[in-house]
Design a protein. Structure first.
Length: 156
């Protein structure tokens, strides 16, 4: 980590990758997709990231892993979150109820899109859980049948 007394901490791409648990290629790819802002560059063309960049990357990885999102879905989720953040900033700067009503109305579709992605994942997970439950029931039935056959064979 390189810092000066007046600057915020700055991390090189390898340090960020190790800290977050991803490869440097993943970080570069997320930058290409627009999921992560481009890092500042030093004279030697080394990427440098701040704490906000690290926190953003950690959140993206958490969402990807928790929800099992595709990169396309992750981009959509991140874009909706950025739009909501912009609306939150407008809310803080707005003075009238009319402006705030417009902001609330604009925020609703973004939250609906995020919720749609999460619920879609929930449905797919529930379907998978149902499939596994059915397989487990079938295995228990087979086990019970085999146990009955063995018990009957021992009694003979």
């Amino acid at each position: 980590m390189s810092t000066t007394q007046t600057e915020a901490p700055s991390y090189r791409i390898g340090e960020v990758a190790e800290r977050v648990g991803v490869t440097t290629r993943t970080i570069r790819y997320y930058e290409e997709l627009g999921l992560l802002g481009s890092a500042s560059r030093t004279k030697g063309a080394h990427r440098h990231y701040g704490e906000a960049d690290v926190a953003r990357l950690e959140e993206l990885i958490r969402l990807r892993d928790l929800l099992g999102l595709t990169l396309e879905e992750l981009v959509a989720l991140a874009e909706a979150e950025e739009a909501r953040a912009a609306l939150r900033n407008q809310w803080a700067e707005s003075a009238t109820d009319g402006e705030r009503a417009r902001i609330v109305k604009a925020a609703i579709p973004f939250v609906e899109r995020q919720l749609e992605l999460v619920r879609g994942r929930q449905r797919r997970l529930a379907e998978f859980a149902d499939e596994l439950s059915a397989k487990l029931r079938s295995l228990h039935e087979r086990q019970n049948e085999l146990d009955r056959k063995r018990a009957a064979a021992r009694r003979r």
